[in-house]
Structures are given as C-alpha cells and as structure tokens.
Design a protein around this ligand. Structure first.
Ligand SMILES: [Mg+2]
Length: 313
C-alpha cells in the first residue's frame, strides 16, 4: 500500500477483466502480430532475454530454511538468521548454508532431508504455466528461464521437479560425506553478490547483452543483483513489499500467482498494450481479475471458466 500511496498521482485502475468470452481479433498466439501489439512485437524482433528468478518467497511462499528446520526439529531458525544478518558474517541469503556447516542443530542434514524439504515447500501457483510460456516464447522474443537462489540446490530441484530442468537451477552447492551422507562442505553459495556472478556467467553463456537480463526477486539477498542488473540497463521485478527492493526494482508486482511477473515484462519491457496483455493471459487459460496499474502492479489471476476456454478453443 505504501508504494501505491507514493505513486498515487500516476495510478490508473483497470477494470475487472471479462471472465467469459474473448474478442475474435485476439484469439490465438499469432494475434499479437496483427492487432495493437504488432508494433511492440516487431520492435522486439529477434530479441533473446535471460529471465532469472530467485526461489525462496519469489517462487515459493516460505523460506526453505524454515521448512528444513521444522523437518529436522531445529529451533529458533528465524532468530539465528536475524543474528547472522546483524553480524554481516555471511552474504544476505547465505545464512542457511552457514548454519548447515556451523550450527549443531543442522549438523547431520543429508541430501534426503533437503529433497524432502523441497517436496514440503509451498509454491506459488501457475509456475508450470510461467515456465511453459517462457520456453515457448512469443513471436520475435525468446526467453531463457533460470532460477538463482541461495537455497540448497537439492531443495529447489525437488520443489520444481518436472517443471524446471535441473540444469536451469543454480542453488547452494554442497558436498556430502561419503560415509555418513551428511553435509561436509560448501562449494558455492549464490547469495548476495554471488547472484551477480551467476547472472554474468549466464549472460556470457547465452551471449546476451546485459540489457537483456530480467531479474525477479523478493528480499535483501536480491539487492546486489538488482542494482547490478539495473546499472547495465536490464529490468528488475520485486515480488514483495520489501522496502529496500521497492526503491531499487524497476517494477513491483504483488500476487500469489507466479505467472503475474509476465505483466511488467510485457507492459514495461516489450511495451504491450493493456488489452494485448489481457488477451495473452486468456490465451493461456488465465484471466487478469484485478490489475491496479501503478509503480506496483497488483495482480490477481484466476482460471478461465470452462465455457470461456471452449470459446477460445
Ligand atoms: Mg527470496
């Protein structure tokens, strides 16, 4: 609400999207080359974007460290994280990796604990729709989607099994004792500035200009990478009301639905019209139920009723 209040002078409220039925001119993916979105698509012809997303509280609702601590019966996780953050001993977001090596209650964690944690993490809705949409791309635009998170890689791979390819997931890499199976060392932690290193690695691997990077995150662990992406003309999206990020991110979108980040990408990066964005949601079986368009995009997404799906088909 704070962000909306600050930007209230420029706020436009878009009326509830029609739930049933669509205009004939906006049916199907190719429509965006024929209607009002044509210019935006042509302008973006041949563009390839890196879309990098944080995991904890960006694709999920809970911190995976909290889920793991509940699984193994460790106490005071939040207080331990806050204590580490105050001491600045580790990169913000890297607290769980530190605890796995140095906290007696986290000793004994094995790969299976992390995989079970991933299965227990509550994910935001429509992540498969988001990933499929980005993989499919749109005419003139190709997207490469990666997850970059300080959460243990095993947690993320387990949570997103069958949705995001393991080689598109960068998480904290751990080594395990061959005898006990317990975590025995930390190989790499993509937290804080560690996320910048991964983004640069991916830009190089994909041969992309830094201005083609889109980063999505929710918390203080994303500050470094968002500043870095912004400084090189990329685009940043915050998915929380974290006050630090709100001042840094180019856009903030608040929604329980992972697909909602498509709104600022189409609206602000590709300059699509509101009507074309709504049409695209409908062509993906979703409807933009509420969209308070300000610096903060507040989005509620719902499934199109069966009758409307039939109409689109
Ligand atoms: Mg996060």
């Amino acid at each position: 609400m704070l962000i909306c209040f600050i930007w209230v002078m420029s706020m436009t409220t878009v009326a509830r999207a029609p739930v049933a039925g669509t205009e004939p001119a906006v049916r199907g993916a190719n429509v965006f080359c024929r209607n009002g979105g044509a210019m935006a698509v042509q302008a973006a012809s041949g563009k390839h974007f890196l879309v990098a997303s944080d995991f904890d509280q960006t694709l999920s609702f809970n911190d995976s460290g909290l889920v793991l601590s509940e699984l193994i019966g460790a106490s005071g996780f939040q207080q331990k994280v806050e204590g580490l953050a105050r001491s600045n001993l580790v990169q913000q977001g890297g607290e769980l990796a530190y605890l796995l090596r140095h906290d007696p209650e986290f000793r004994g964690v094995r790969r299976e604990h992390l995989e079970e944690t991933g299965r227990r993490v509550r994910l935001r809705s429509n992540i498969p729709a988001l990933v499929e949409f980005l993989e499919r791309g749109i005419e003139g635009c190709q997207f490469s989607f990666f997850v970059i998170s300080a959460a243990p890689r095993e947690v993320i791979q387990s949570a997103l099994a069958g949705v995001v390819s393991p080689d598109h997931i960068f998480g904290t890499e751990l080594d395990y004792d061959p005898l006990s199976g317990e975590v025995c060392s930390i190989v790499r932690v993509p937290a804080g500035y560690g996320k910048v290193a991964v983004v640069e690695e991916l830009e190089s691997r994909l041969a992309l200009e830094p201005s083609r990077t889109i980063y999505i995150g929710d918390g203080s662990s994303d500050v470094h990478v968002m500043l870095h992406v912004n400084n090189r003309d990329g685009f940043t999206i915050a998915v929380s009301e974290n006050t630090q990020l709100a001042r840094i991110a180019r856009s903030t979108v608040l929604s329980d639905d992972a697909f909602s980040v498509i709104v600022p990408i189409l609206d602000q990066v590709l300059k699509w019209s509101s009507g074309d964005i709504r049409s695209l949601f409908e062509s993906n079986g979703l409807t933009l139920q509420e969209w308070a368009k300000a610096r903060t995009d507040r989005v509620t997404v719902g499934a199109v009723p069966a009758t409307a799906v039939d109409a689109i088909a």
